[in-house]
Design a protein around this ligand. Sequence first.
Ligand SMILES: Cc1ncc(COP(=O)(O)O)c(C=O)c1O
Length: 170
Amino acid sequence: MSSLCCQSSTRTIRKLQHSSTLYLHPTIAEYAKMLVDKMPGNLSKVYFVNSGSEANDLAMLMARVYTQNFDIITLRNGYHGMAGQTMGLTSQNTWKYPIPHNFGIHHAINADPERGYWSHDDDNITDKYANDVKNLIEQATCGNIAAFITEVGFKSLGVDQSNKFYVFQR
Ligand SMILES: Cc1ncc(COP(=O)(O)O)c(C=O)c1O
């Protein structure tokens, strides 16, 4: 095992002299190209991160820089990581600590079929959940937000279809 591990490390070290993306090396670009070739549409940028928390942290930063807005809407009972910023998105008390962490983050009601406020048999359910997001934007922010962040499809809470309620029109 240790010999196998040693051989594998030696092979990697011969290829990559440094693990940071600060130093250009063709391998990372070649790998990015392989990923992009598998993606649909015009997706052509790849950011390598070390965790889900870092990915979400970067998404928040990019949204804020791009839109020049600060507020972010996310959903209650979601899990998005425990880094300084992403703990603010996360809304389960088991994963939060009593430190300042959700400045500019607002939690809308989660359209969860099991735990949501309204029954999924309700004909007006889409309007009800959409109105909660609208109210938050109108009453808890300056009226413009940087991002709406939700877990899609496979959630840390399981798999559900609630995201179909959150298709936005510009
Ligand atoms: C939906 C979701 N987002 C973010 C994270 C955080 O990822 P990481 O633990 O890699 O920081 C997790 C981790 O379980 C997750 O399930």
